[in-house]
Design a protein around this ligand. Structure first.
Ligand SMILES: Nc1ncnc2c1ncn2[C@@H]1O[C@H](COP(=O)(O)OP(=O)(O)OP(=O)(O)O)[C@@H](O)[C@H]1O
Length: 302
Protein backbone atom coordinates (compact mmCIF):
# COMPACT_ATOMS: atom_id res chain seq x y z
CA UNK A 1 0.00 0.00 0.00
CA UNK A 2 1.25 3.47 -0.87
CA UNK A 3 -0.12 6.56 0.89
CA UNK A 4 0.39 10.03 -0.50
CA UNK A 5 -0.67 12.23 2.39
CA UNK A 6 -1.38 15.88 1.59
CA UNK A 7 1.83 16.27 -0.35
CA UNK A 8 3.00 19.58 -1.76
CA UNK A 9 6.21 20.04 -3.73
CA UNK A 10 7.64 23.43 -4.63
CA UNK A 11 10.68 24.20 -6.70
CA UNK A 12 11.50 27.78 -5.81
CA UNK A 13 8.27 29.68 -6.29
CA UNK A 14 6.73 27.05 -8.55
CA UNK A 15 4.26 24.63 -7.00
CA UNK A 16 4.49 21.38 -8.92
CA UNK A 17 2.45 19.15 -6.60
CA UNK A 18 -0.30 20.81 -4.64
CA UNK A 19 -1.89 19.15 -1.60
CA UNK A 20 -2.11 15.74 -3.25
CA UNK A 21 -3.74 12.92 -1.29
CA UNK A 22 -4.45 9.39 -2.49
CA UNK A 23 -3.88 5.76 -1.56
CA UNK A 24 -2.65 3.05 -3.91
CA UNK A 25 -4.21 -0.24 -2.82
CA UNK A 26 -2.63 -3.66 -3.32
CA UNK A 27 -4.10 -6.29 -5.62
CA UNK A 28 -4.96 -4.03 -8.49
CA UNK A 29 -3.27 -1.94 -11.16
CA UNK A 30 -3.61 1.76 -10.45
CA UNK A 31 -3.10 4.01 -13.44
CA UNK A 32 -1.54 7.37 -12.59
CA UNK A 33 -2.67 9.77 -15.26
CA UNK A 34 -2.12 13.37 -16.13
CA UNK A 35 -0.98 15.48 -19.05
CA UNK A 36 2.70 16.35 -19.52
CA UNK A 37 3.98 18.41 -16.63
CA UNK A 38 1.08 17.46 -14.30
CA UNK A 39 3.50 16.31 -11.60
CA UNK A 40 3.40 12.52 -12.02
CA UNK A 41 7.15 11.97 -12.12
CA UNK A 42 7.70 14.34 -9.22
CA UNK A 43 5.11 12.45 -7.15
CA UNK A 44 6.67 9.11 -8.04
CA UNK A 45 10.13 10.34 -7.11
CA UNK A 46 8.76 11.39 -3.72
CA UNK A 47 7.17 7.96 -3.20
CA UNK A 48 10.54 6.37 -4.00
CA UNK A 49 12.39 8.67 -1.62
CA UNK A 50 14.39 10.37 -4.39
CA UNK A 51 12.89 13.75 -3.65
CA UNK A 52 11.45 15.17 -0.42
CA UNK A 53 8.00 16.76 -0.19
CA UNK A 54 7.92 20.45 0.77
CA UNK A 55 4.88 19.56 2.89
CA UNK A 56 3.02 16.35 3.65
CA UNK A 57 4.24 12.77 3.78
CA UNK A 58 4.51 9.71 1.59
CA UNK A 59 4.57 6.19 3.01
CA UNK A 60 5.05 2.75 1.49
CA UNK A 61 3.63 -0.05 3.64
CA UNK A 62 3.18 2.48 6.44
CA UNK A 63 6.72 3.93 6.50
CA UNK A 64 8.82 6.32 4.43
CA UNK A 65 10.77 4.40 1.80
CA UNK A 66 14.14 5.26 3.36
CA UNK A 67 13.04 3.87 6.73
CA UNK A 68 12.56 0.33 5.46
CA UNK A 69 15.13 -2.32 6.42
CA UNK A 70 14.76 -4.06 3.06
CA UNK A 71 13.80 -1.26 0.66
CA UNK A 72 14.30 -3.32 -2.52
CA UNK A 73 11.82 -5.89 -1.25
CA UNK A 74 9.38 -3.17 -0.30
CA UNK A 75 9.28 -1.08 -3.47
CA UNK A 76 10.66 -1.58 -6.96
CA UNK A 77 10.77 1.35 -9.32
CA UNK A 78 11.31 2.30 -12.90
CA UNK A 79 11.73 6.04 -12.94
CA UNK A 80 13.85 6.58 -16.03
CA UNK A 81 15.01 4.22 -18.72
CA UNK A 82 18.70 3.96 -19.48
CA UNK A 83 20.00 4.31 -15.94
CA UNK A 84 22.33 1.31 -16.50
CA UNK A 85 25.99 1.81 -17.44
CA UNK A 86 26.24 1.39 -21.24
CA UNK A 87 29.47 -0.63 -21.04
CA UNK A 88 27.98 -3.25 -18.73
CA UNK A 89 26.02 -6.29 -19.80
CA UNK A 90 22.43 -6.58 -18.64
CA UNK A 91 23.38 -9.48 -16.41
CA UNK A 92 26.36 -7.66 -14.86
CA UNK A 93 24.15 -4.63 -14.19
CA UNK A 94 21.54 -6.72 -12.40
CA UNK A 95 24.18 -8.76 -10.52
CA UNK A 96 25.77 -5.61 -9.17
CA UNK A 97 22.40 -4.36 -7.95
CA UNK A 98 21.54 -7.74 -6.45
CA UNK A 99 24.86 -7.81 -4.58
CA UNK A 100 24.43 -4.26 -3.32
CA UNK A 101 20.92 -5.06 -2.11
CA UNK A 102 21.90 -8.45 -0.57
CA UNK A 103 19.52 -10.23 -2.92
CA UNK A 104 20.02 -13.86 -3.99
CA UNK A 105 21.83 -14.19 -7.34
CA UNK A 106 19.10 -16.36 -8.80
CA UNK A 107 16.82 -13.31 -8.83
CA UNK A 108 18.92 -12.03 -11.74
CA UNK A 109 17.98 -15.03 -13.88
CA UNK A 110 14.40 -14.85 -12.66
CA UNK A 111 13.87 -11.23 -13.68
CA UNK A 112 15.75 -11.61 -16.99
CA UNK A 113 13.29 -14.39 -17.81
CA UNK A 114 10.31 -12.35 -16.62
CA UNK A 115 11.12 -9.50 -19.01
CA UNK A 116 12.21 -11.73 -21.91
CA UNK A 117 15.85 -10.66 -21.95
CA UNK A 118 17.56 -14.03 -21.31
CA UNK A 119 19.10 -14.14 -24.76
CA UNK A 120 20.42 -10.58 -24.35
CA UNK A 121 21.79 -11.18 -20.83
CA UNK A 122 25.40 -11.02 -22.02
CA UNK A 123 24.91 -8.02 -24.31
CA UNK A 124 26.20 -4.57 -23.43
CA UNK A 125 23.41 -2.24 -22.41
CA UNK A 126 24.83 0.49 -24.67
CA UNK A 127 23.69 -1.49 -27.71
CA UNK A 128 20.14 -1.99 -26.41
CA UNK A 129 17.11 -0.54 -28.20
CA UNK A 130 14.85 1.76 -26.18
CA UNK A 131 12.38 -1.12 -25.76
CA UNK A 132 15.11 -3.43 -24.42
CA UNK A 133 16.29 -0.72 -22.07
CA UNK A 134 12.74 -0.33 -20.84
CA UNK A 135 12.56 -4.09 -20.22
CA UNK A 136 15.85 -3.96 -18.31
CA UNK A 137 14.47 -1.09 -16.23
CA UNK A 138 11.43 -3.21 -15.41
CA UNK A 139 13.70 -6.16 -14.54
CA UNK A 140 15.59 -3.84 -12.19
CA UNK A 141 12.33 -2.78 -10.54
CA UNK A 142 11.36 -6.42 -9.98
CA UNK A 143 14.76 -7.61 -8.74
CA UNK A 144 13.89 -7.40 -5.04
CA UNK A 145 10.58 -9.27 -5.58
CA UNK A 146 8.95 -6.12 -4.15
CA UNK A 147 5.51 -5.88 -2.60
CA UNK A 148 4.93 -2.59 -4.41
CA UNK A 149 5.96 -1.55 -7.92
CA UNK A 150 6.23 1.95 -9.31
CA UNK A 151 6.64 2.37 -13.06
CA UNK A 152 6.89 5.80 -14.69
CA UNK A 153 5.72 5.69 -18.32
CA UNK A 154 6.89 2.08 -18.85
CA UNK A 155 5.16 1.83 -22.22
CA UNK A 156 7.52 4.37 -23.83
CA UNK A 157 9.64 2.66 -26.45
CA UNK A 158 7.77 -0.65 -26.39
CA UNK A 159 6.39 -2.08 -29.62
CA UNK A 160 2.80 -3.47 -29.73
CA UNK A 161 3.98 -6.90 -28.61
CA UNK A 162 5.89 -5.28 -25.77
CA UNK A 163 2.85 -3.27 -24.74
CA UNK A 164 0.75 -6.42 -24.61
CA UNK A 165 3.45 -8.23 -22.64
CA UNK A 166 3.69 -5.37 -20.14
CA UNK A 167 -0.07 -5.35 -19.68
CA UNK A 168 -0.04 -9.06 -18.80
CA UNK A 169 2.92 -8.58 -16.49
CA UNK A 170 1.23 -5.74 -14.58
CA UNK A 171 -2.01 -7.66 -14.27
CA UNK A 172 -0.05 -10.69 -13.03
CA UNK A 173 1.77 -8.63 -10.40
CA UNK A 174 -1.52 -7.21 -9.15
CA UNK A 175 -3.10 -10.68 -9.11
CA UNK A 176 -0.26 -11.77 -6.81
CA UNK A 177 -1.47 -9.12 -4.37
CA UNK A 178 1.18 -6.50 -5.08
CA UNK A 179 0.63 -2.78 -5.16
CA UNK A 180 1.11 -1.55 -8.73
CA UNK A 181 1.27 2.14 -9.69
CA UNK A 182 1.92 2.90 -13.33
CA UNK A 183 1.95 6.33 -14.93
CA UNK A 184 0.94 7.41 -18.40
CA UNK A 185 -0.22 10.51 -20.18
CA UNK A 186 -2.50 8.44 -22.42
CA UNK A 187 -5.96 7.43 -21.28
CA UNK A 188 -6.39 4.84 -24.04
CA UNK A 189 -3.40 2.90 -22.75
CA UNK A 190 -4.77 2.83 -19.21
CA UNK A 191 -8.24 1.64 -20.19
CA UNK A 192 -6.66 -1.66 -21.19
CA UNK A 193 -4.48 -2.13 -18.12
CA UNK A 194 -5.69 -0.30 -15.04
CA UNK A 195 -8.39 -1.33 -12.57
CA UNK A 196 -8.28 1.99 -10.80
CA UNK A 197 -7.36 5.52 -11.89
CA UNK A 198 -5.73 8.41 -10.09
CA UNK A 199 -5.87 11.45 -12.36
CA UNK A 200 -3.96 14.65 -11.64
CA UNK A 201 -3.77 17.99 -13.41
CA UNK A 202 -1.46 20.87 -12.51
CA UNK A 203 -0.34 19.01 -9.40
CA UNK A 204 -3.83 18.52 -8.00
CA UNK A 205 -6.05 15.48 -7.68
CA UNK A 206 -8.83 15.44 -10.28
CA UNK A 207 -10.18 11.90 -9.96
CA UNK A 208 -9.55 8.81 -7.83
CA UNK A 209 -11.97 6.13 -8.95
CA UNK A 210 -12.36 2.68 -10.49
CA UNK A 211 -11.70 2.63 -14.24
CA UNK A 212 -15.24 1.37 -14.72
CA UNK A 213 -16.70 4.47 -13.05
CA UNK A 214 -14.66 6.74 -15.31
CA UNK A 215 -15.74 4.82 -18.40
CA UNK A 216 -19.38 4.96 -17.33
CA UNK A 217 -19.18 8.68 -16.67
CA UNK A 218 -17.05 9.69 -19.64
CA UNK A 219 -17.89 7.07 -22.26
CA UNK A 220 -20.70 7.61 -24.74
CA UNK A 221 -22.51 4.45 -23.60
CA UNK A 222 -22.25 2.79 -26.99
CA UNK A 223 -21.34 -0.90 -27.14
CA UNK A 224 -19.84 -2.38 -30.29
CA UNK A 225 -21.07 -5.90 -30.94
CA UNK A 226 -19.55 -8.21 -33.54
CA UNK A 227 -21.72 -11.03 -34.73
CA UNK A 228 -21.91 -13.19 -37.87
CA UNK A 229 -25.69 -12.92 -37.51
CA UNK A 230 -25.97 -9.17 -36.96
CA UNK A 231 -29.45 -8.92 -38.44
CA UNK A 232 -30.94 -11.42 -35.98
CA UNK A 233 -29.11 -9.77 -33.11
CA UNK A 234 -30.39 -6.35 -34.14
CA UNK A 235 -34.02 -7.54 -33.95
CA UNK A 236 -33.33 -9.13 -30.61
CA UNK A 237 -31.91 -5.96 -29.07
CA UNK A 238 -34.22 -3.29 -30.46
CA UNK A 239 -36.79 -1.94 -28.02
CA UNK A 240 -37.81 1.21 -26.16
CA UNK A 241 -34.79 3.45 -25.48
CA UNK A 242 -32.46 1.26 -27.53
CA UNK A 243 -30.88 2.31 -30.81
CA UNK A 244 -28.89 -0.01 -33.01
CA UNK A 245 -26.86 1.14 -35.99
CA UNK A 246 -24.51 -0.73 -38.29
CA UNK A 247 -21.52 1.20 -39.61
CA UNK A 248 -19.61 -1.88 -40.83
CA UNK A 249 -20.80 -5.30 -41.93
CA UNK A 250 -21.10 -7.65 -38.97
CA UNK A 251 -20.69 -4.88 -36.39
CA UNK A 252 -23.56 -3.26 -34.50
CA UNK A 253 -23.34 -0.11 -32.43
CA UNK A 254 -25.81 -0.44 -29.61
CA UNK A 255 -26.88 2.44 -27.37
CA UNK A 256 -29.19 1.97 -24.40
CA UNK A 257 -28.09 -1.49 -23.24
CA UNK A 258 -25.05 -2.52 -21.24
CA UNK A 259 -22.59 -5.28 -22.16
CA UNK A 260 -24.09 -7.77 -19.70
CA UNK A 261 -27.65 -7.37 -21.02
CA UNK A 262 -26.55 -7.69 -24.65
CA UNK A 263 -24.55 -10.83 -23.84
CA UNK A 264 -27.44 -12.37 -21.91
CA UNK A 265 -29.98 -11.71 -24.69
CA UNK A 266 -27.69 -13.09 -27.39
CA UNK A 267 -26.89 -16.19 -25.32
CA UNK A 268 -30.57 -16.72 -24.51
CA UNK A 269 -31.50 -16.72 -28.19
CA UNK A 270 -28.46 -18.71 -29.30
CA UNK A 271 -27.13 -15.88 -31.52
CA UNK A 272 -23.32 -16.08 -31.75
CA UNK A 273 -21.35 -13.03 -30.59
CA UNK A 274 -17.66 -12.70 -31.43
CA UNK A 275 -16.93 -9.41 -29.72
CA UNK A 276 -18.52 -7.06 -27.20
CA UNK A 277 -16.71 -3.80 -26.39
CA UNK A 278 -17.80 -0.53 -24.82
CA UNK A 279 -16.71 2.19 -27.24
CA UNK A 280 -13.82 4.08 -25.70
CA UNK A 281 -12.91 6.52 -28.47
CA UNK A 282 -14.36 9.38 -26.47
CA UNK A 283 -12.42 8.57 -23.28
CA UNK A 284 -9.21 10.25 -24.38
CA UNK A 285 -11.21 13.37 -25.12
CA UNK A 286 -13.02 13.22 -21.79
CA UNK A 287 -9.67 12.86 -20.02
CA UNK A 288 -8.18 15.85 -21.87
CA UNK A 289 -11.23 17.95 -21.14
CA UNK A 290 -11.09 17.02 -17.46
CA UNK A 291 -7.41 17.92 -17.08
CA UNK A 292 -7.70 21.07 -19.23
CA UNK A 293 -10.55 22.39 -17.08
CA UNK A 294 -8.54 21.70 -13.93
CA UNK A 295 -5.52 23.59 -15.29
CA UNK A 296 -7.61 26.59 -16.27
CA UNK A 297 -8.72 27.11 -12.69
CA UNK A 298 -5.12 27.54 -11.61
CA UNK A 299 -3.85 31.00 -10.89
CA UNK A 300 -0.75 31.92 -12.87
CA UNK A 301 2.08 31.77 -11.91
CA UNK A 302 1.66 28.67 -9.78
N1 LIG B 1 13.93 19.73 -10.33
C1 LIG B 1 13.00 20.55 -10.82
N2 LIG B 1 13.15 21.90 -10.73
C2 LIG B 1 12.22 22.74 -11.20
N3 LIG B 1 11.07 22.33 -11.80
C3 LIG B 1 10.87 21.01 -11.93
C4 LIG B 1 11.82 20.05 -11.45
N4 LIG B 1 11.33 18.81 -11.70
C5 LIG B 1 10.14 19.00 -12.34
N5 LIG B 1 9.87 20.31 -12.47
C6 LIG B 1 8.66 20.87 -13.08
O1 LIG B 1 7.56 20.30 -12.45
C7 LIG B 1 6.48 20.11 -13.38
C8 LIG B 1 5.96 18.71 -13.28
O2 LIG B 1 6.94 17.82 -13.79
P1 LIG B 1 6.77 16.24 -13.78
O3 LIG B 1 7.93 15.69 -14.53
O4 LIG B 1 6.56 15.77 -12.40
O5 LIG B 1 5.44 16.05 -14.60
P2 LIG B 1 4.87 14.75 -15.30
O6 LIG B 1 3.41 14.72 -14.98
O7 LIG B 1 5.66 13.56 -14.93
O8 LIG B 1 5.03 15.09 -16.82
P3 LIG B 1 5.56 14.19 -18.04
O9 LIG B 1 4.41 13.37 -18.50
O10 LIG B 1 5.96 15.26 -19.03
O11 LIG B 1 6.73 13.41 -17.53
C9 LIG B 1 7.00 20.51 -14.73
O12 LIG B 1 6.53 21.80 -15.03
C10 LIG B 1 8.50 20.51 -14.54
O13 LIG B 1 9.10 21.47 -15.37
Amino acid sequence: MIDVLDVTKRYGRTTVVDGLRFTVEPGRVTGFLGPNGAGKSTTMRMIGGLDAPTAGRVTVAGRAYAEHDAPLRTLGMLLEAGAAHPGRTAEAHLRALAAAGSLPRRRVDDVLAMVGLQSAAGTRVGTFSLGMRQRLGIATALLGDPAAVLLDEPVNGLDPDGVRWLRELLRGLAAEGRTVLVSSHLMSEMTLTADHLVIIGAGRLIADEPLEAFVRRAGDGVVEVRSPDAAALRNLLLGPGVTVSASRPGVLEVAGLDVETIAARAAGAGVPVHGLTPRTASLEEAFMELTRTASEYRSVPR
